[in-house]
Write a protein that binds this ligand. Structure first.
Ligand SMILES: Cc1cc2nc3c(=O)[nH]c(=O)nc-3n(C[C@H](O)[C@H](O)[C@H](O)COP(=O)(O)OP(=O)(O)OC[C@H]3O[C@@H](n4cnc5c(N)ncnc54)[C@H](O)[C@@H]3O)c2cc1C
Ligand code: SF4
Length: 468
């Protein structure tokens, strides 16, 4: 009987199980058997080719693989030894931290150009300016390209700053990681939590990656979307799928609160700006077009990154529509850079606590921590393979189970509804299919989450402005 190869194991678990996030780590190993491709649901996925070595440590470099250590194990191996020098503390929810801050970048136009407070681009530029790296691997908009966003390697401050803003869109790292490995240069990479974990796992398996990517900048993530999310937003403002040439998911509006931002979609007739709250399916808590892997991940705060950056969704910062960050600094050199900049006034930031970080991401922690044990129990009851997590499977309350199922229905039905709408050229078809599921979600959410009692799941808000 033929022994299953490492490639077969990855296929039979992560990929066939539907948990591939399309990060490209498996496809970045030298002589890999994998590459990434866009599937018919607008999700980048790993696919096996005919050549390549089928016995590489695929399940050890995949963030959801059976042989991958947990985020805590990876973080401890990276940061534990630096604790004495920096006063590192550990928190089960946000991982290690030497410095916790909230605020924005005060110098130049980082805040204005950033998705929130501008810290993401600022710290990447600091790494470059100070010679800690030679180049940055980051995500940029590619107007007119068949993929609207891609990872790119940039070597100048101007190029790095072109990557400001958030791409709620599939991207993959293998091409840039291969180029970085061969270049002999040192890089910093920016990514959402599972992508950063994947880079750390690759670095463990491949010394050339360890040398080529010494720094990881993490950005918090609620979840990742397929390309259908961008297509739906564009269609909402009259740009048919296929005609959308660019999208900005985080266009700042002049008035507070900061959470009321807009999106800008560009098509053949120009650009249209629309407040996100008015757009159908916008609400992150519903999980339209979510990658299933995001429902099995408990890392909100990019725990394996040298520095992790998110939105300061806190009442104290909501009044600044220009956007604010929460920042977790873990690596000693970055601690020094950030501390100096706060002292000099180049960063307008104040100390916060781990509780503040969690408060700023209430919805994400509720879904990824409180409700995760029930989803794990559900997967186990179904008898299907699922990734290991740090959380333990445990059936939740009936209300929690209802909420998990309501979100799962939206996640799984939204790509099908989009396909049906595309086939007849009518966005209305998507809404007709999704409306009952949104109504179901609006009913169960207040029952399942105490914080939403009192109308947090109001149907009118969830549906956005009725149109189309
Ligand atoms: C899919 C996704 C989900 C997110 N969910 C949350 C959330 O739930 N809570 C929260 O607080 N914040 C979330 N964020 C992060 C948030 O949107 C901002 O990116 C973050 O606050 C940094 O803003 P900034 O102004 O400091 O950075 P900027 O100065 O705008 O720089 C952002 C940096 O991130 C890089 N980048 C953008 N998109 C991607 C991507 N898809 N993959 C890798 N790198 C990318 C850019 O290249 C740039 O270097 C999410 C981001 C993404 C991409
Ligand atoms: S390493 Fe990334 S691309 Fe490869 S199977 Fe895992 S999640 Fe998918």
């Amino acid at each position: 009987m033929a022994v299953a190869t490492a490639a077969d194991r990855l296929l039979a678990t992560v990929i066939d199980g539907g948990y591939c996030i399309g990060c490209g780590a498996c496809a970045a190993l030298p002589n890999t058997a994998f590459r990434t491709e866009m599937d018919d649901r607008g999700r980048l996925q790993a696919v096996a080719g005919v050549g390549g070595d089928r016995d590489l440590p695929y399940s050890a470099v995949c963030p959801f693989g059976d042989d991958a250590p947990s985020e805590t194990e990876v973080a401890r191996s990276l940061f534990a030894t630096s604790g004495g020098a920096t006063g590192l503390t550990w928190d089960d929810r946000i991982g290690a931290s030497a410095l916790l801050l909230a605020g924005h970048v005060a110098e130049e136009t980082y805040q204005a150009r950033g998705a929130s407070g501008g810290m993401g681009s600022w710290i990447l530029c600091q790494l470059l300016e100070r010679g800690l790296v030679d180049a940055i691997i980051h995500v940029v908009s590619e107007p007119g390209d068949e993929r609207l966003f891609r990872y790119r390697i940039s070597s100048s401050i101007d190029e790095v700053r072109q990557g400001s803003h958030s791409a709620y869109y599939p991207v993959e790292m293998s091409e840039m990681l291969r180029a970085a490995r061969q270049s002999g240069r040192r890089h910093a990479i920016v990514g959402i939590p599972c992508f950063v974990k994947a880079v750390r796992l690759l670095a463990r398996a491949d010394p050339a990656i360890r040398a080529a990517v010494p720094y990881c900048v993490g950005i918090f993530s609620g979840h990742l979307k397929s390309t259908d999310f961008a297509a739906m937003l564009g269609w909402e403002v009259g740009i048919a799928p296929g005609e959308l040439s660019a999208i900005d998911f985080r266009t700042k509006l002049p008035d507070p609160p900061a959470s009321r931002y807009a999106m800008t979609a560009t098509g053949p007739s120009g650009s249209v700006v629309q407040p996100m709250a008015d757009v159908y399916g916008h609400e992150w808590g519903m999980g339209f077009f979510k990658y299933p892997a995001c429902d099995s991940c408990d890392d909100v705060a990019a725990e394996t990154a040298d520095i992790a950056i998110g939105d300061a969704w806190l009442p104290e910062f909501a009044s600044d529509p220009r956007g604010s960050n929460v920042v977790i600094v873990r690596e000693p050199k970055l601690v020094a850079i950030v501390r100096d900049a706060v002292r000099d006034g180049r960063l307008s930031m104040v100390p916060i606590t781990a509780d503040d970080v969690v408060r700023s991401q209430r919805g994400a922690f509720r879904h990824r921590r409180e409700l995760l044990p029930d989803r794990l129990a559900l997967a186990d009851a179904r008898g299907v393979w699922r990734p290991k997590t740090r959380s333990t499977a445990k059936a939740g309350t009936p209300e929690q189970r209802e909420l998990n199922l309501a979100r799962e229905r939206i996640r799984d039905a939204s790509p099908q509804a989009m396909a049906a709408a595309r086939s007849v050229g009518q966005l209305r078809v998507l809404k007709e299919r999704m409306d009952p599921l949104i109504q179901g979600f609006a009913q169960v959410r207040p029952r399942a989450t105490s914080a939403n009692r009192g109308g947090g799941g109001r149907l009118s808000r969830l549906l956005g402005r009725r149109k189309g």
